[in-house]
Design a protein around this ligand. Structure first.
Ligand code: ZN
Length: 497
């Protein structure tokens, strides 16, 4: 009940926080790189004329998609990484951001207009000014909180209900586990070259599905021509997952399906008389496979929302400890989407590959999240810092994290790549949610193996909004742990090697 009573922060300070966040959002949303205007040292343009990529998401995804490009994929990947370094170090010419007015050779960092070299000034640490603005706006409210008197405490002990120190310890253990060197060797062997820093995004463990996309689209379109058809089938989906008829129908009756304008989302009810809403995109041709896959994810959220509202003993603790715990059930459902369409997954290799893929991507995002946390700690130790001092500190923290956990695997030191994430600018201290969510999800999945799926889901998600640690002990009989994921990676290595 204590959570209901929050601090009384003056409205103008709350507004200042939202203004700083909005400005940072806009800054990031307009941070595009005009790839068709990038030149290599031979004055060649490697990317399509009209390709415009948003930093960092699209840049990262372009690196990923070039693993399959044997012609000049490596050169493209190298060039994107060079661009990223200019963004992190703020040596990027300001006028090439979000503009195709100039041609830019990022290798030499020279800019051309109509073939003639021109002098342009670098971005003036605006990237770091955004973080600083977020910091100052949040810090201004510290004195209104008795216990959670820093933004770090509010983001961790408050919102995530887990102290920052515990998260850092958990991540440090994972990042220090020796298995990473073995996984790195496998990747290097598969690539046929030494690892490059951007191989933190290696995605070659993805197992190709044997069922064609068109076949899947046809199936889901026929099955779900509109939102009502999906709604009518929710009870069946639950029965296929093992729920008894009566229970399946009860849960299904508490979920309403609406067509979505965006991609999809799940909105839980706050009172038992109301329904949870599943929103998903359905075109006039019916629901395609991508929409179906998302709908099953959202349905997992709805099932969590329904169980944790109706079956938690006390209304005041309805729900789950934090977003990771609702995402866990959403992913558990989503992974079973093909099974629900009647396909069997008996390809063991696929599971090994998926576990290595997960292990490697969690290793990447944990490092990124480490940098985010350490930057905020540095800010609290240096509250008077300027944007340019913050830049120096961020780059050196990123290199420090790299040197500690990554250098040995990659064979290079002092790489700042972990500081490229846009979340650090626009969503302060959010990044932790991803690796933390993966750990929880994986631990629960491992626990569910060989158990009665529906009974366990009913039991686990009716625990309520305890702290993450107590919730996990009740749910899977052990503390939050990195072990299941490490062990799965070790097991996978034995079979893939
Ligand atoms: Zn979700």
């Amino acid at each position: 009940m204590g959570d209901v009573f929050t601090a009384r922060v003056p409205a103008e300070l709350t507004q200042a926080i939202s203004l700083a966040e909005t400005n940072a959002d806009i800054y990031i949303a307009e941070y595009n790189v005009y790839m068709g205007h990038l030149l290599n040292n031979e004055n060649q343009k490697l990317f399509p004329e009209d390709m415009v990529l948003l930093s960092h998401w699209n840049l990262r995804d372009e690196i990923k998609s070039n693993y399959a490009n044997l012609e000049n994929g490596l050169e493209k990947q190298d060039m994107i990484y060079t661009v990223m370094k200019h963004i992190i170090n703020q040596t990027i010419p300001e006028k090439v951001i979000n503009s195709g007015e100039y041609d830019w050779n990022p290798i030499e960092n020279k800019v051309y207009q109509d073939g003639n070299e021109v002098e342009l000034s670098a971005e003036p640490d605006t990237r770091y000014l955004q973080i600083l603005n977020n910091f100052n706006a949040n810090k201004a409210t510290d004195e209104y909180y008795t216990d959670y008197n820093t933004f770090i405490k509010r983001a961790f002990s408050g919102a995530k209900e887990i102290p920052q120190e515990e998260i850092e310890k958990l991540f440090d253990e994972y990042l220090s586990s020796p298995v990473v060197k073995e996984v790195g060797k496998v990747i290097s062997k598969r690539l046929g070259r030494d690892l490059k820093p951007y191989d933190i995004w290696y995605d070659g463990f993805k197992a190709r599905s044997s069922i064609s996309g068109e076949t899947l689209n046809e199936m889901t379109r026929e099955k779900y021509p509109d939102a009502k058809a999906l709604e009518a089938d929710l009870g069946n989906i639950l029965k296929k997952l093992g729920w008894e008829k009566e229970r399946a129908e009860f849960i299904a009756s508490k979920v309403t399906v609406d067509p979505a304008r965006g991609s999809g989302h799940a909105w839980g009810a706050e009172m038992k008389a109301e329904n949870a809403h599943l929103r998903t995109r359905i075109s006039s041709k019916g629901m395609d496979y991508k929409g179906y896959n998302i709908a099953i994810h959202e349905f997992g959220h709805n099932v969590e929302q329904t169980i944790s509202l109706h079956d938690v003993d006390y209304y005041m603790i309805n729900g789950v400890p934090n977003t990771a715990f609702t995402e866990a059930l959403a992913f558990i459902f989503q992974k079973r989407d093909l099974q629900l369409l009647g396909f069997k997954n008996d390809n063991l290799d696929k599971e090994y590959l998926e576990n290595l893929d997960l292990y490697w991507s969690v290793f990447e995002i944990m490092g990124v999240s480490m940098v985010d946390m350490k930057v905020w700690k540095w800010l609290y130790e240096n509250p008077e810092a300027t944007a340019s001092q913050l830049k120096e500190a961020t780059v050196s923290i990123a290199k420090e994290v790299w040197n500690k956990y990554y250098a040995e695997v990659y064979g290079t030191t002092d790489e700042a790549i972990l500081a490229i994430y846009s979340h650090m600018i626009a969503s302060p201290l959010y990044l932790t949610n991803y690796p933390f969510g993966h750990l929880i999800d994986f631990q629960i999945e491992q626990y569910l193996v060989g158990k009665d799926f529906s009974d366990e889901v009913d039991r686990i998600w009716s625990i309520g909004r305890l702290t993450p640690e107590i919730w996990m002990q009740e749910a899977v009989k052990e503390s939050i742990s990195i072990k299941p994921m490490i062990e799965a990676a070790e097991e996978a290595l034995k079979h893939i090697n």
